[in-house]
Design a protein around this ligand. Structure first.
Ligand code: LRH
Ligand code: MN
Ligand code: MN
Length: 426
């Protein structure tokens, strides 16, 4: 299914007047505060977040999975779904593929489809956390860190294969997330596991094309519950440095112990030019992969404040690979992703409202109250009309969820794909 442009225009016509009065009011009050509204809208318009191919179906938990009707069951359908989200929001112009779940059978056709939907191929993700059919070796006791060189070699080769697949699609980065670790004290030698991982990553790194990056994701626990080899940003940073200039850390919001100061981690990595990628989600307890902004929107805003500061002040840091890494157990995945995109845009827009020069002056004066006032004044502003304007300017809709429902998109997908579909992925 592809959304007819006329339906987008019809939908907008119904909401245009209200949008315009909200926008004019906000733009006027922001201009009076000295904000450059056009510049903020333009930054929002340019901001694109990749959708992971595994987030388009219902996720589930280890206790069970409840299918969502009309889920995509092949790569073409996954791209179509990203295309639908992008047509409505104009902020999802990229997809992040997971190999081996999404190996294209016809590269030319897939690239044409993506092009037609205005979707780019962002980072490709390797998978050494599951055993693959017909694979000789098992990852039960680790992959890149394994004590067996045959197992490490199989995992290294898989990553090289992923690079080759991504290269044919126009991707420019490889994301490595390892499940490697141990479940019980004494099971692993920490130093050996880390050294093996470093050596394996270096071998993969050598195979990166010139214009590629390697993004190293960290996570404190799960699926292993005693130790994880790449457990935190320090380990990821150390490994990225050991590999070279094209290796970076990747921050996934859910991959921290409770109450970690993620904004400080972001800030330090950017100052060292080593933050390469970012996975958005939200959590209450662990790596819950909930809708972005559904639990801790203020924390997300503080993180964006550091990201904006870094984007403006750290030329040593590359452009980031942005991705939503959420999963949906009970919601329509497309509606959930639209909600996440809205929350990301909202946090970004609020961070853009902060006058960094004014904040710096207040910091230099040790005016703690003023510092907090500056942040909270931005946070308390209802920026939604700015996001609507950015979407409209880009050819999207004023209210994506509303239009998604008005256009009966899920029912059309069910008619096209059937009721009891099973998506590949997590
Ligand atoms: C594991 C994880 C990781 C992704 C992978 C597919 O926590 O969410 O962040 O790269 O699964
Ligand atoms: Mn992730
Ligand atoms: Mn995760």
């Amino acid at each position: 299914m592809k959304i007819d442009q006329n339906l987008i225009i019809d939908s907008n016509n119904k909401n245009l007047q209200t949008h315009q009065s909200h926008f004019n009011f906000l733009a006027d009050s922001l201009s009076k505060k000295g904000k450059n509204v056009d510049a903020i809208v333009s930054r929002l318009k340019d901001f694109q977040v990749a959708i992971p191919s595994w987030a388009l179906g219902a996720g589930g938990t280890r206790f069970g999975r409840f299918s969502y009707y009309g889920e995509p069951s092949n790569l073409e359908q996954k791209l179509e779904d990203v295309g639908l989200i992008h047509a409505l929001t104009k902020t999802a112009g990229a997809v992040s593929l997971h190999i081996p779940w999404d190996i294209p059978t016809d590269y030319k056709a897939i690239k044409e489809l993506a092009n037609d939907l205005d979707i780019k191929f962002d980072a490709v993700n390797s998978n050494t956390f599951q055993d693959q059919e017909k694979a000789k070796e098992s990852y039960k006791y680790g992959s890149l860190s394994n004590t067996s060189s045959a197992i490490r070699e199989q995992a290294i080769q898989h990553n090289i294969d992923v690079i080759n697949i991504g290269n044919q699609l126009g991707s420019k980065s490889l994301t490595v997330w390892l499940a490697d670790g141990s479940c019980f004290p004494g099971q692993n030698n920490f130093q050996t596991a880390l050294q093996n991982t470093e050596n394996s990553l270096k071998t993969i790194y050598k195979k990166l094309p010139e214009d590629w990056n390697m993004l190293i994701e960290y996570k404190p626990y799960e699926p292993n519950f005693y130790s994880t080899v790449i457990q935190d940003w320090g380990t990821s940073f150390m490994l990225a440095n050991a590999c070279g200039d094209k290796a970076y850390s990747l921050v996934d919001l859910g991959h921290h112990l409770p109450n970690s100061n993620i904004e400080q981690i972001v800030s330090i990595l950017m100052s060292k030019g080593k933050l390469g990628g970012f996975h958005f989600n939200d959590s209450k307890y662990g790596d819950d992969d909930l809708t972005v902004g559904s639990i801790k929107p203020y924390a997300l805003f503080l993180i964006f404040n550091e990201l904006v500061y870094g984007m403006q002040n750290n030329p040593q840091n590359p452009d980031l690979a942005w991705m939503i890494d959420a999963s949906h157990n009970i919601k329509d995945p497309l509606e959930d992703l639209i909600q996440s995109l809205e929350a990301i845009q909202e946090a970004y827009a609020k961070a853009l409202l902060i006058d960094q020069a004014e904040l710096k002056a207040a910091q230099l004066n040790n005016d703690v109250v003023k510092c907090q006032e500056i942040l909270q004044d931005a946070y308390r502003t209802d920026v939604r009309p700015l996001i609507e304007k950015a979407r409209l300017d880009a050819g999207g809709v004023v209210h994506p969820i509303k239009t998604y429902r008005d256009l009966n998109i899920r029912n059309t997908l069910i008619k096209e794909r059937g009721k009891n579909t099973v998506a590949t992925g997590l």
